[in-house]
Design a protein around this ligand. Structure first.
Ligand code: NAD
Length: 261
């Protein structure tokens, strides 16, 4: 018996087998969930489809979260196939690489809008399409990072986007709580992924995070996946509006990747 037995949910944001969303997918499948996936464009489909099929996915379809029509089509398919939804995992972010590396005050209006649109607003856009398919006990989880609350070198406008994402989590939990739907963020420690390669000096960030963590190591996508599964399950029925850290305790310590060596 898995803790997600009988539940149907979407894992949004698998790019490859290093993606955090893939760690969540494997844990969710192990715990008995039936899964649906999205991919961004044909290039991504080649990687995502075989992974999704390996965990018995019932839905594998394109969705670009910056395109309203694409989102409408995806959720219409989910409604048609399943009719209802128990959970959504939102593990999607994007910023122009240069916007993360340049000095923060030079961030352009365009780069700001892009980062906030794909990395923050898209969670609200998912919630507004998922909620009508959800009933009491359903759960949504998104992926954040400590850069939401501390100025981390190389994270720039993405930190602003994560702050908006965490605030959106609180407002969505307030709003959807009326329908018994829970909404939480997981603040993960650094993990080497495609998206992470856009962050300036990521290796240094990883080294400092491991040194400053209470557990003296960086977290894995499996550890993040296991925590997400708990938040998606009925075991977390009293938990909503939270930012739940899966960072080996880094955020409670004095170690700070913002402090130069
Ligand atoms: P990843 O590159 O594997 O995943 C990012 C996903 O976002 C990809 O699947 C990509 O296709 C998707 N995406 C980007 N733009 C999109 C769009 N317009 N429409 C649909 N999908 C789009 O990297 P990841 O590190 O697994 O990132 C997942 C989430 O975890 C992100 O929100 C990221 O900020 C967050 N996070 C990552 C780390 C880390 O160190 N890797 C730490 C904390 C939080």
């Amino acid at each position: 018996m898995g803790i997600l037995n009988g539940k149907k949910g979407l894992i949004l944001g698998v790019a490859n087998n290093k993606s955090i969303a893939w760690g969540v997918a494997r844990a969710a499948q192990r715990e008995g969930a039936t899964l649906g996936f999205n991919y961004l464009g044909e290039q991504m489909e080649k990687r995502v489809r075989p992974l999704a099929e390996s965990v018995g996915a019932e839905i594998i379809a394109p969705m670009n979260v910056s395109d309203e029509a694409s989102m409408d089509a995806y959720f219409a398919l989910v409604k048609e196939q399943w009719g209802e939804l128990d959970f959504v995992v939102h593990s999607i972010a994007f910023a122009n690489k240069d916007a993360l590396r340049d000095r923060f005050h030079t961030t352009s209006r365009e780069d700001f809008h892009l980062a906030l649109d794909v990395s923050s607003y898209s969670f609200i856009a998912c919630a507004q399409r998922a909620a009508p398919l959800m009933k009491e006990g359903a759960s949504m989880v998104t992926m954040s990072y400590l850069g939401a609350e501390r100025a981390i070198p190389g994270y720039g406008v993405m930190g602003v986007a994560k702050a908006a994402l965490e605030a959106s989590t609180r407002y969505l939990s307030q709003d959807l709580g009326e329908d018994g739907i829970r909404v939480n963020s997981v603040s993960a420690g650094p993990i080497r992924t495609l998206a992470a390669s856009a962050v300036g000096d990521f290796k240094k960030l990883m080294d400092k995070s491991a040194r400053g963590a209470m557990l003296k190591h960086n977290v894995t996508q499996e550890e993040v996946g296991n925590t997400c599964v708990y938040l998606l399950s009925d075991l977390a029925s009293g938990v909503t509006g939270e930012v739940h850290y899966v960072d080996a305790g880094f955020h409670v310590g004095a170690g700070d990747p913002g402090i130069p060596d």
